[in-house]
Each structure stands twice: as structure tokens, then as C-alpha cells.
Ligand binder design. Structure first.
Ligand code: ASP
Ligand code: MG
Length: 432
């Protein structure tokens, strides 16, 4: 049994939905398949704006966004299902009616709760469309509501999975379908569910954090002890650098779970960071493949670490702040001062991307945030002298021994640097 995850870009229009169907037909001959689908391209962003307008009471704006999202979905459906009598029209209409009735009532005061209730419409709609289209194309399938599969706490917008209950509910609901033996000539069982969405035991809809569909695929694979997960993307696989930043980026053919965890920890954005640990714990390989070039092998993440060191990887973070903190008395930087500094960072929810200390100062680099940065600096200044630089870059190089650093740093000034055996991290002032 395998789990396939398709992201929003793979179902951006009617032609791409057809492409997904083609991929499934071509790859669905070796056993049962579980499909996890995101919302159609940009829908989640649009629903976020809708939610904001709803909460602010900007009714005109809200309805304009609503119409736009709804129309985009119906245009795709019209292109896929020429017969207006097809039941998919009604089922999609129902998703949008539910949203409409919801947003024409007054909002409650829990933003995150309302967010999950509204934003989840994207995945509810996309899965209805894909399920109906596959059916139409001769690929019978069963659609399951993720709210009843992935059981979470009520931490809306960033819900935490109850692993024990979730594993049980996934197995109870999906196994009877996945075990069904197919008749001669018919394809193996196929089930579909929404990525990114979960539900509380009381039945409230939650979400797992932006880009959380990868994580959904991993949760399902973990519970079902899948033999493999495939994430289908609009890139050929995992690359050693963001191709928008480094034109000559190359494909990582095979890296270990540990390496992938490290890369995503340092800021590589290709797979959702929470995805890897559940897979690692059950030794389930993860493939990242291109939905535009499905015949290519893509990248493989598994237990094999023998290739990890072969290719250096580059991760760039922009809008970095580097702060240096000095005790105001004659004390050195030691545990008491550090405890205070860490408490300030923790209280403001600011994660240090890199830190270093000397006898008289402590320096840390973090992502700039309009709200958090000034609040943190204000608090630090209560106990310390504080200096800082903004608009810096942080460059992380894994396996830097093989890297060409001269090119990377051309015209840039290195303000802070740290090395381990495998990882080099630098905070730099970009070339002006
Ligand atoms: N649709 C959600 C998002 O755009 C989840 C996902 O795509 O993984 O964040
Ligand atoms: Mg996405």
C-alpha cells in the first residue's frame, strides 16, 4: 500500500487535474493506494484573505473573495464534467453553500477557530472534484473526511495529533477498504482524503499548519504502515539549493531521513518539517517526484546515508536580524545572564537561527518579524545593552567541504560564522 500526496500546484486547472488522473492510472497497478490532496492552487491564500475580511466585518470584500474562489472551482468543474447534471455540481455547491451560510453569520471571537472552519473548505472542495473525476475516468474510489481520520487537540491552526487515537481511527476506517480484493480486470482499492485538515474528538475542524498536507501523508503512512510515500511536486525532486536563488542547483538523488530533517531544520522548504519523523520511525521511504515528468526517478529519502556527504546543500534565509547583547554591570556572559536572555526570546516566540557568545557579549540571529522584533528588543533593553543589524542573510551550507564558498560570498561581508563537521553557517551583510 502506498500514499501519494498531490499539492495545490498539481490541481491548478482542468488540464492539471487530468494530469493527476493520468499519473494515478499509470501508477496504480501494484496495490492499494491512498491519495492526499491539497487545496487547488492559491485557494488557501484566498481563503485566508476571506477569513480576515470575515473577522474584520468587511462584508463586500469578503463576498468578492468568496465569489472569486467559488467561480474558479466551478470553471474547473465545467471543463472536466461537460454534463451539468453530474452529481459533482451538487456536491461542490454544497461545500460552498456551507461556507456561504457560515460567513453570513457573525464571527465568534476565536480567530484560529474561525480560520480552520473557513480555510478547510479548500481541501473539501478539491477532493470532491478529484474523487468525482477519477470515478468518471474509470477509477472507482472512496472519499474519506480527514476530520474523522486525523484526530487532534483543539489548538486551532496548529493542531497537535493524538497519535494513538489517530492510528486507531485511520486503521478502523481505511483498512476494510484497502484490504478489499479487487475483481479480475479492476484496479486495486483507492481512497482519497484531504491534506492539512484534522478534527477534534468533538468533531471541530482543525488544521495542521500551512503546507501541512505533506504531514497528513506521513500520518496516514505511519498508521497504515505503508510501503512508500510519494510527494508529487512541480520540481524534479529535492534540490541542493532553491533554483530561484542558485541557477545551477542539482538534484539530490538519495538522502537519509536525518539529512532531510537537518535540511528542513535549517530552513529548506521543500517538505513540511513534521513529515519526516513519523516516516523515520517506521522506516517508510519518501519519494519526491515531478508531476510534470513522472517518469523521472526524483529524490528518495530513506535510511541510507551513504550519499549524504556527496553534494553540498545551500539554504538561504533573508530578512535576518543579528542582535548583540551586553550585560550592563561588570558581569560576564554566563548562566544567569543567558537564562534571562533565553527567557526573553522564549516569551516572544522568537527562534534563534544561530547563536554565539564571548566573555562580554551574546549574539543571536533570528527572522525579522514586524511585531515580535521590536517587542523583543524592548524587553532585552530592560536588562542589557543591545545592538543590532537588520536586513542580513543567513547562509547554511551542509557538507561545506565540497562547496565553492568564494562564489557564494562574493561582495558579502561575513558578520558571524559557525562550523561543525558537516555544517557551516554564516550571517552575512549582502552586497550593496
Ligand atoms: N492547502 C494548504 C496550504 O496551502 C495545505 C498544503 O498545501 O499543504 O498551506
Ligand atoms: Mg501547498
Amino acid at each position: 500500500m502506498r500514499v501519494f500526496k498531490f499539492g495545490g500546484a498539481s490541481v491548478r486547472d482542468a488540464a492539471s487535474v487530468r494530469n493527476v488522473a493520468r499519473i494515478i492510472r499509470e501508477h496504480h497497478d501494484t496495490g492499494p493506494l491512498v491519495l492526499v490532496l491539497s487545496a487547488m492552487n492559491k485557494t488557501t491564500n484566498a481563503l485566508e484573505s476571506l477569513c480576515r475580511a470575515f473577522m474584520e466585518g468587511s462584508k463586500g470584500e469578503m463576498l468578492r473573495i468568496y465569489d472569486d474562489i467559488r467561480d474558479r472551482h466551478f470553471r474547473i468543474v465545467e471543463a472536466l464534467f461537460p454534463s451539468k447534471g453530474h452529481p459533482v455540481y451538487q456536491s461542490l455547491q454544497q461545500s460552498f453553500y456551507q461556507l456561504y451560510y457560515y460567513i453570513t453569520e457573525a464571527p465568534g471571537d476565536n480567530y484560529n477557530y474561525e480560520y480552520d472552519r473557513i480555510v478547510s473548505t479548500g481541501e473539501m472542495a478539491s477532493t470532491r472534484i478529484l474523487s468525482a473525476f477519477l470515478q468518471e475516468e474509470g477509477m472507482p474510489n472512496q472519499l474519506f473526511a480527514a476530520q474523522k481520520l486525523i484526530i487532534t487537540d483543539a489548538h486551532f491552526r496548529d493542531a497537535r495529533v493524538d497519535w494513538i487515537v489517530t492510528e486507531q481511527s485511520i486503521r478502523e476506517q481505511l483498512m476494510p477498504h484497502l484490504r478489499r480484493t479487487s475483481g479480475p480486470g479492476s484496479s486495486p482499492p483507492l481512497v482519497i482524503t484531504q491534506g492539512f485538515i484534522g478534527g477534534t474528538p468533538q468533531g471541530f475542524t482543525t488544521t495542521l499548519g500551512r503546507e501541512g498536507s505533506d504531514y497528513t501523508a506521513a500520518i496516514l503512512a505511519y498508521a497504515l504502515r505503508a510501503e512508500e510515500v510519494v510527494i508529487w511536486k512541480d520540481v524534479p525532486g529535492l534540490l541542493n539549493a532553491d533554483p530561484k536563488i542558485m541557477a545551477d542547483s542539482i538534484l539530490l538523488e538519495n538522502i537519509s531521513y536525518q539529512e532531510a530533517i537537518e535540511l528542513s531544520y535549517y530552513g529548506a522548504t521543500i517538505i513540511h518539517p513534521k513529515t519526516l519523523k513519523p516516516l523515520l520511525s517506521r522506516n517508510i521511504p519518501l519519494r519526491v517526484k515531478s508531476f510534470t515528468e513522472p517518469a523521472r526517478a526524483g529524490s528518495l529519502i530513506d535510511g541510507n546515508d551513504t550519499s549524504d556527504h556527496l553534494v553540498p546543500s545551500y539554504i538561504f534565509k533573508f530578512k535576518q536580524v543579528l542582535v548583540s547583547i551586553f550585560p550592563t554591570d561588570f558581569s560576564f556572559i554566563a548562566e544567569r545572564n543567558l537564562a534571562r536572555i533565553f527567557a526573553d526570546f522564549a516569551r516572544h516566540g522568537v527562534r534563534m537561527n544561530l547563536m554565539q557568545n564571548s566573555a562580554i557579549s551574546f549574539s543571536a540571529c533570528f527572522d525579522h518579524d514586524q511585531i515580535k522584533t521590536p517587542a523583543l528588543l524592548r524587553d532585552l533593553r530592560k536588562n542589557f545593552t543591545v545592538k543590532y543589524n537588520t536586513n542580513l542573510e543567513m547562509i547554511t551550507v551542509r557538507h561545506y567541504h565540497k562547496a565553492c564558498l568564494a562564489n557564494l560570498l562574493k561582495g558579502k561581508e561575513v558578520l558571524m560564522e559557525q562550523k561543525s563537521r558537516t555544517t557551516l553557517q554564516m550571517v552575512v551583510q549582502p552586497a550593496r
